[in-house]
Write a protein that binds this ligand. Structure first.
Ligand code: NAP
Length: 452
């Protein structure tokens, strides 16, 4: 059998694992995969994005473990491509490089006051409660009575729900202890979610919306007037197959509910946009403008009416989408926040491919990345069969990293971290207690190598 094709996959979230799996299944040609990650831990947003109370969604990691057990797979954690090793150096060592680095920053609102103390990107809040080692020193002040979450996607719903969980609901999750304590002790009584367009245009999905109505310690409140539809939205709803129709049913049911007087409430508001985050030195409120919908290039967009109001609050979470980040030496489409590509082949770069959010933008559920990664891998394998991938001669990545004194966490190092976390969680009835400090992660990941 011919020597396997050597492929580096950069980014070990769902797209990275699905791409690795598709590559490792190939026998024409056979492929060996090195999966690299900036963090010492794999799984990307499955570990650090999916909400801690969504353990069923996190269970997809079992499929990733099976991929990691395939012959030809190696993990290199704590390897920051672009810093520790360059794109060019990867190309010298691999037949092809696949970027699955996701969308690592937040989109901005571009309103005055956005950077006031107490105004946070939702991405930071999510990374904090999920134990991302870069976000553990943040101090989210949850003492105010009202929080405002801007945006109508599933991340906005996740943030609002996390703020509303009871101690009992949190007890079986792997929320990091500091965040769990802050949520339990928080003074927040009301969480307002702001949608700039109407309920028919909301990006959140029905199961996530439904959960808001099932929380033990939180009422969900919708003003029936917000559900009166303009003709274009009513028409769109008529033709909707699933999401908007089901969302509207749920919202109507919420609007008809009598609040139970639970300790917290989530209020869903529509057709309002923040025009300013106001406060003297720190967030004191959000000034919003009432919108109406207008057709523009075949889509309904929000247009401000001039009617304004201020919603007093102590914290703002801006949840208006993620954005891809440029990687040194690799083409980047700044307007779209993705690597320019044709079906996963990065345009303007040899032997370079992409999959997941850095390929198509931050949309879809975890499973969407499987089809997406498969398309990319098919393109890569077709190029290999056509003989256009060339033969690199640059040696092994591990040797280069060792030469540079750059410590990397191998898969058994991650398994040691995983074991420590699960063992700590077990007596508490939690799936795991996450290791959240860089030093501890690296020490735990290193201990296997020094003892073997
Ligand atoms: P998203 O689904 O793209 O939602 C972004 C929201 O922000 C939209 O409602 C958008 O409104 C709004 N927005 C954008 N710019 C705005 C502005 N300037 N002012 C006010 N609102 C603005 O993004 P996401 O919530 O970050 O989620 C990312 C992806 O992960 C999605 O595909 C999501 O479904 C997925 N996800 C899934 C789960 C789950 O399955 N449980 C959990 C979390 C995330 P417009 O529509 O008007 O642009």
């Amino acid at each position: 059998m011919s020597a396997p094709l050597r492929v580096a996959v950069v980014g070990s979230g769902p797209a990275g694992f699905y791409a690795s799996d598709a590559l490792l299944r190939s026998d024409d040609p056979p492929v060996a995969v090195d999966l690299l990650d900036r963090l010492p831990t794999p799984w990307g947003l499955v570990r650090l994005g999916v909400a801690p109370d969504h353990e069923n969604i996190k269970a997809v990691s079992r499929a990733f473990e099976k991929t990691a057990a395939r012959p030809g797979f190696r993990f290199f954690g704590n390897v920051d491509v672009g810093k520790v090793v360059s794109h060019a150096e990867l190309l010298e060592r691999y037949d092809a490089v696949v970027y699955t680095v996701g969308a690592q920053t937040d989109r901005r609102l571009d309103v005055p006051g956005e950077d006031l103390v107490g105004s946070w990107p939702a991405t930071a809040f999510v990374a904090w409660y999920n134990g991302h080692p870069d976000f553990q020193d943040l101090a989210f002040d949850l003492t105010g009575e009202r929080a405002v979450v801007v945006g109508n996607g599933n991340v906005a719903i996740d943030c609002a729900r996390m703020l509303a969980l009871t101690p009992e609901e949190l007890a079986s999750t792997d929320t990091v202890p500091a965040a769990e304590r802050a949520i339990i002790e928080s003074g927040i009584r009301e969480i307002v979610i702001l949608g700039r367009r109407g309920p028919v245009q909301a990006a959140f999905t029905p199961p996530e919306l439904q959960e808001l109505g099932e929380l033990a310690g939180c009422d969900v409140v919708v003003d029936p007037q917000d559900l009166e539809l303009d003709p274009a939205s009513a028409d769109a709803l008529e033709h909707d197959r699933e999401r908007a129709r089901r969302n509207m049913e749920l919202l109507r049911e919420f609007a008809a509910r009598e609040p139970k007087g639970l300790p917290r409430r989530i209020v869903l508001r529509f057709l309002v946009s923040p025009v300013e985050i106001a406060g003297n030195g720190r967030v004191e409120g959000v000034e919003v403008v009432r919108n109406e919908l207008a057709a523009e290039s075949g889509r309904l967009v929000a247009r401000p009416t001039g009617m304004r109001e201020t919603i007093p609050c102590g914290i703002v979470l801006r949840s208006v989408g993620y954005r891809g980040v440029e990687l040194p030496g690799v083409p980047f489409d700044d307007a779209a926040g993705v690597m320019p590509n044709d079906g996963g082949r990065v345009i303007g770069a040899e032997r370079t491919y992409c999959a997941g959010w850095i390929k198509r933008g931050p949309s879809g559920v975890i499973g969407t990345n499987k089809k997406d990664a498969t398309e990319t891998v098919e393109a890569l394998l077709a190029d290999a069969r056509a003989g256009s991938l060339g033969a690199p001669g640059g040696g092994d990545l591990g040797a280069l990293l060792s030469e540079r004194g750059a410590f990397f966490v191998e898969y058994d190092g991650w398994q040691a971290i995983d074991m420590v976390e699960r063992s700590a969680g077990e007596p508490l009835g939690r799936p795991r207690v996450k290791v959240t400090g860089w030093n501890e992660l690296l020490e735990t990941g290193r201990s296997v190598q020094s003892s073997s």
